[in-house]
Design a protein around this ligand. Structure first.
Ligand SMILES: [Fe+2]
Length: 280
């Protein structure tokens, strides 16, 4: 008691709206490693959950609360929000081509969910806002996998072939020894290719249905966290996961990214990779 009531904003009760009094204070170092909500009374004998990301500087951005709300507000349904019934019958060659691209996209989108999910649990629950934002990425990318699977099957074309080359690249991301290494591979060359496919696919889309799919997916790509803790969306400060366990970027990753200045973990932190990625 003694707490002033939260003020809903025009859009509703946001995370920033409940950052009231001591609940709006974020510790520099999490004193415990539990799932107890920050600010709650905690039994003295709670178990240790083993989080390894326990410092605010490793995961925090001043606008992380707002990024989470934006990502949450952009949620959509691959079932309801695509006018599947309006998908026109296409020339068989065009349908085959669209289905091939949909197959590749359904394949590669899943790594953008699996990869962050592999690392996120390590973040201390005291920084719950910094965990919530990347979890929206997991949900969004899983939806992308589904919407392209649906596109391949919606018009009678069916799925195409999954190639070993693509699978090996996805394995490289998933098996990366550090978050930064995998993130550099996924968010720069990987997402760069995906965004190019989205934009090209939109430009030559045979129907508004295909455009709707690609535009809804593209909106998320602009919010992706980038290696070094930066966001494509000009986060304004250091963003999550910049300090996850790292081994430095191996030369192959630097070469793939085409960024010669990325020498080890330190250099990555201060670089505006969103500018390099060409989106924003
Ligand atoms: Fe995606």
């Amino acid at each position: 008691m003694g707490l002033s009531a939260a003020e809903p904003s025009k859009t509703g009760l946001t995370m920033r709206g409940i950052a009231i009094g001591t609940y709006g204070e974020f510790p520099d170092h999490a004193p415990l490693r539990t799932m107890a909500p920050r600010g709650s009374d905690i039994d003295p004998d709670v178990p240790d959950m083993g989080y390894t990301i326990n410092d605010k500087a490793e995961v925090w951005s001043d606008n992380i609360l707002d990024l989470y709300e934006e990502a949450a507000s952009r949620q959509w349904s691959a079932t309801r929000d695509i006018p599947w019934g309006d998908l026109p019958e296409l020339d068989p060659d065009i349908e085959h081509a669209r289905c091939f691209v949909a197959t590749v996209l359904s394949e590669v989108e899943m790594v953008a969910a699996d990869f962050p999910a592999k690392w996120l649990w390590l973040i201390n629950h005291d920084f719950v806002e910094a965990k919530m934002f990347p979890y929206t990425q997991v949900m969004d990318e899983a939806r992308h996998t589904v919407v392209f699977r649906k596109r391949a099957l919606a018009n009678g074309g069916g799925l195409g072939r999954a190639s070993a080359v693509v699978e090996r690249f996805l394995q490289l991301i998933l098996d990366a020894q550090s978050y930064d290494e995998g993130s550099a591979l996924m968010h720069l060359p990987g997402e760069g290719i995906v965004i190019s496919l989205f934009r090209a696919g939109d430009a030559i889309a045979p129907s508004p249905v295909e455009q709707q799919i690609l535009r809804l997916c593209t909106a998320r790509q602009r919010l992706q966290p980038l290696p070094g803790g930066l966001s494509r969306r000009r986060a304004g400060g250091r963003l999550l996961l910049g300090g996850l366990p790292r081994t430095g970027l191996p030369p192959v990753v630097q070469a793939v990214c085409g960024v010669g200045v990325l020498r080890g973990s330190g250099a990555l932190r201060g670089l505006r990779l969103d500018a390099l990625a060409g989106t924003g």
